[in-house]
Design a protein. Sequence first.
Length: 54
Amino acid sequence: MNFDELPANCHGDVLAPHVDEKIQSYASSLDKSQKDEDNSLGVMFAQKVKIQCE
């Protein structure tokens, strides 16, 4: 992710997800054709972007 265009008083970080082994095992056990009805599982594996301005 490129944060070069942020104002000078701001900086950005990409935060890696922290998924425990139990959730990783569960996700690995699912069939690839199965769908997560409410997207809650995908949210656990998503990177987050943090932008902070002073």
